[in-house]
Design a protein around this ligand. Structure first.
Ligand SMILES: NC(=O)c1ccc[n+]([C@@H]2O[C@H](COP(=O)([O-])OP(=O)(O)OC[C@H]3O[C@@H](n4cnc5c(N)ncnc54)[C@H](OP(=O)(O)O)[C@@H]3O)[C@@H](O)[C@H]2O)c1
Length: 228
C-alpha cells in the first residue's frame, strides 16, 4: 500500500498563525511547505517543525517570487493563504491614505489571489485540492465591518468574495475553497489578544481536513459554518 501524504503550503508562515498552522498540519501528518517573505524566517520555522518541513522564500505580492518558488516546490494539494498585513489600525475610512489601503489589498487580496491562481490548475488537473483563506471577523457584514481599520476590513470582505468566486468556478471538481475566521489570537498583529495562535490554527486546520463531500464557498469559525 502506498500512502501518499498530501502536500500543504502555508504563506506568511514565519510567525504567528501561519507558523502555528504549519506546526499543526505537520503534526496531523501533512507534508508541509513553510513559506515566508524572508527565506531565512521560513527556514527557521521549518526547522522548528522537526524533520520533513521544506521551506522557501515567498512574497505573495511578487509574480516572480510566486512563479519561482512554486516551480521549485512542485505539486501542492493544500494552500493556506495566511499572509496578511494590518496597516491602518486607528485610521478612518474618510481619511485613510489610499496608498496604504492599496498596500493592504495588494497583500491580503491580490496576494491570496495570485498564489491561488498559480496552484489551482494543478489541483484541478489532479482532481483534488483545498484552498483556505485566512479571513477575519472584520470582513463579515454579519459581524459588522470594522471602521477602526478600514482598509484591513475591506480587504477581508474582498477575500471572502474571492473565496466564493473561486468556489463557484471550481464546484464539483474536487477542490474546496473556503474562508476561515480564526477569531482573535495573540500574534504580532494582535499582541493584546488572549487566545493562542494554536487555537486559531485548529480552526484553520478544519478547513484543510474537510471531507471530499464537505462544503465549498463557506466561512468557517470555531463553531462551524458562519454567515458571511
Ligand atoms: N491575530 C488575529 O487575531 C487575527 C484575526 C483574524 C485574522 N487574522 C489573519 O491571520 C493571518 C496571519 O496573521 P497573524 O495574526 O499571524 O499576524 P503576523 O504575526 O503579523 O503574521 C503575518 C504574516 O504575514 C506575512 N506577510 C506579510 N506580507 C507578506 C507578503 N507580501 N508575502 C508573504 N508573507 C507576508 C508576515 O511576514 P513578515 O514576518 O515577513 O512580515 C507574517 O509572517 C493574517 O491574514 C491576518 O489578517 C489574524
Amino acid at each position: 500500500v502506498t500512502i501518499t501524504r498530501r502536500v500543504a503550503l502555508v504563506t506568511g508562515a514565519g510567525r504567528g498563525l501561519g507558523l502555528a498552522t504549519s506546526k499543526h498540519l505537520h503534526e496531523l501528518g501533512y507534508q508541509v511547505i513553510v513559506t515566508a517573505r524572508d527565506g531565512r524566517d521560513a527556514a527557521a520555522a521549518a526547522a522548528s517543525l522537526g524533520t520533513g518541513g521544506r521551506s522557501f522564500g515567498l512574497d505573495v505580492t511578487s509574480d516572480a517570487s510566486v512563479r519561482d518558488t512554486l516551480a521549485a516546490a512542485g505539486p501542492v494539494d493544500i494552500l493556506v493563504n495566511n499572509a496578511g498585513v494590518l496597516l491602518d489600525w486607528g485610521q478612518m475610512p474618510s481619511a485613510i491614505d489610499l496608498g496604504v489601503a492599496g498596500r493592504a489589498v495588494a497583500v491580503n487580496v491580490f496576494g491570496a489571489w495570485r498564489v491561488s491562481q498559480a496552484l489551482l490548475p494543478g489541483m484541478l488537473e489532479r482532481g483534488w485540492g483545498r484552498i483556505v483563506m485566512v479571513s477575519s471577523g472584520t470582513g463579515s457584514f454579519s459581524n459588522g465591518l470594522f471602521a477602526g481599520a478600514p482598509a484591513y476590513s475591506l480587504s477581508k470582505v474582498a477575500l471572502n468574495a474571492l473565496t466564493v468566486l473561486l468556489a463557484e468556478e471550481t464546484r464539483g471538481r474536487g477542490v474546496l475553497v473556503n474562508a476561515v475566521n480564526p477569531g482573535l489570537v495573540r500574534t504580532r498583529m494582535r499582541p493584546d489578544a488572549t487566545r493562542s495562535p494554536e487555537d486559531g490554527a485548529h480552526v484553520i486546520a478544519r478547513a484543510v481536513t474537510l471531507p471530499d463531500d464537505g462544503p465549498s464557498g463557506v466561512l468557517l469559525r470555531s463553531e462551524g459554518v458562519a454567515p458571511w
